[in-house]
Design a protein around this ligand. Structure first.
Ligand code: ATP
Ligand code: MG
Length: 403
């Protein structure tokens, strides 16, 4: 089969293929971009596979960067763009169920495509827009089926991350996992314990933020693979409540929002400890914790000036969206009103700081000062105190005199 139109991203990269071919090697577009082009979806990062070895690739192009040369990947800078060019390879011996202990470079496209995870990810596209489809991926695309290349259980045994990738692609493509492939995912799921949690997080996170996240999550729940993920063992019912508690067409608008909802459904209090095990960034942890805090505030009461000041409008909106999707009462306008009326949005905007107060009242750092600053902030946010030096100092003086 031929692509009727070669998307512009590939057109622009055609000179790369031509140069590699002129040097006597084979070169193809491969991976997700070919799949997405056939599906008529937008394309990101065009990957190229070639029979030239990395050292040979480097002699073809004047500007290259060694990004992963041990895996055969050279980054080529051409026409103001970057292209990852990877030598055809097989991955044969897996020591830890994740990383091939040995990457063998080969000269055959077929061997390279054979080591890819799913049939719909195993296409190659040549410069004439001809699709190389060795594993009947086109039929699977047609039927919206996700099927492992070759013998499924062998493929997941080689690299258990593919199990998570499978749930992720079921979600991002809105495909159904083919029964034998799914059965192999169920059987090999215990191997997920050997996979680096950072990589699992990336896949799970991508899954949750796609439009059809329900499809991927449903497959993950049905497979019971969650039993082999950090702190998720035995949490099938709680995970399933995520599917039932949110309106049908709801899509998460950020990764933090998705994870916050996950924690609400899991009923987990110690979110930091959970996310530490998942090795997420501190920033991510802080935001998710805030979202869950807001969520709990909202279960017991309305949005207040203090909450709006403490967490900021954007996070309140994210929680309100979750409430909306759950059919709970929402008040987006109230957030806007309060936010607009706030005289400060950050404590650094207060014109008098701890230093000023210490100097003015001969105070030392400590709990008294801390409490004064908190009270000043509280009163300004409530609109009871003007954010002006004289007013604040008078307020502090009054407080100190009453102590
Ligand atoms: P996306 O559109 O999300 O980038 P993708 O299909 O491009 O999806 P990548 O993770 O970018 O996925 O990988 C590029 C290609 O490399 C895949 O299409 C697949 O052919 C191959 N691949 C990546 N990871 C694996 C793996 N763990 N096992 C086998 N093949 C893999
Ligand atoms: Mg990709």
């Amino acid at each position: 089969m031929k692509l009727t139109v070669l998307p512009s991203e590939f057109q622009e990269a055609l000179p790369i293929l031509s140069k590699i071919k002129a040097a006597g090697f084979e070169a193809y577009f491969v991976g997700g971009s070919v799949r997405d082009a056939i599906l008529g979806r937008s394309i990101h990062d065009v990957d190229i596979a070639t029979s030239s070895y990395p050292q040979e690739t480097k002699t073809i192009f004047p500007r290259t960067i060694d990004v992963g040369i041990e895996h055969g990947t050279v980054l080529v800078l051409e026409g103001g763009r970057e292209y990852e060019i990877t030598t055809f390879r097989t991955e044969d011996v897996y020591v830890d169920f994740r990383r091939p202990s040995q990457v063998a470079f080969v000269r055959s496209l077929e061997e390279d495509l054979r080591r890819r995870d799913f049939t719909v990810n195993a296409f190659a596209l040549d410069e004439e827009a001809r699709i190389v489809d060795l594993f009947d991926g086109l039929t699977d695309l047609e039927n919206r089926t996700l099927r492992a290349v070759g013998v499924p259980s062998e493929r997941f045994n080689e690299d258990a991350l593919r199990i998570m990738r499978g749930f992720r692609f079921a979600a991002s493509l809105d495909f159904t996992i083919e029964p034998e492939t799914f059965q192999a995912m169920v059987e090999t799921a215990p191997l997920l314990e050997k996979i680096s949690v950072e990589r699992i997080f990336i896949e799970f996170d991508k899954l949750l933020t796609t439009k059809h996240w329900r499809k991927g999550l449903r497959a993950m729940i049905d497979s019971k693979a969650y039993n082999f993920l950090p702190d998720l063992a035995g949490k099938g019912e709680q995970l399933a409540s995520m599917l039932t508690s949110l309106g049908e067409n709801f899509r998460f608008s950020s990764s933090e929002q998705a994870w916050a909802m996950l924690f609400v459904c899991l009923g987990i209090d110690n979110i930091k400890s959970f996310l530490k095990k998942w090795k997420t960034s501190n920033d991510f942890q802080r935001t998710v914790v805030k979202l869950v805090d807001i969520y709990h505030h909202r279960q017991t009461g309305p949005i207040t000036k203090q909450i709006c000041f403490q967490y900021g409008k954007d996070l309140l909106y994210l929680v309100e969206e979750l409430r909306q999707a759950q059919g709970l009462a929402t008040d987006f306008e109230q957030i806007d009103r309060i936010d607009q009326a706030l005289t400060i949005h950050d404590k650094h905007e207060i014109v008098v700081n701890g230093g000023h107060i210490m100097k003015e009242f001969a105070l030392k750092p400590g709990p008294v000062l801390g409490s004064l600053l908190k009270q000043v902030e509280y009163q300004i946010v409530e609109g009871h105190l003007a954010n002006e030096s004289e007013a604040i100092l008078t307020f502090v003086k009054g407080k100190l005199e009453n102590e």
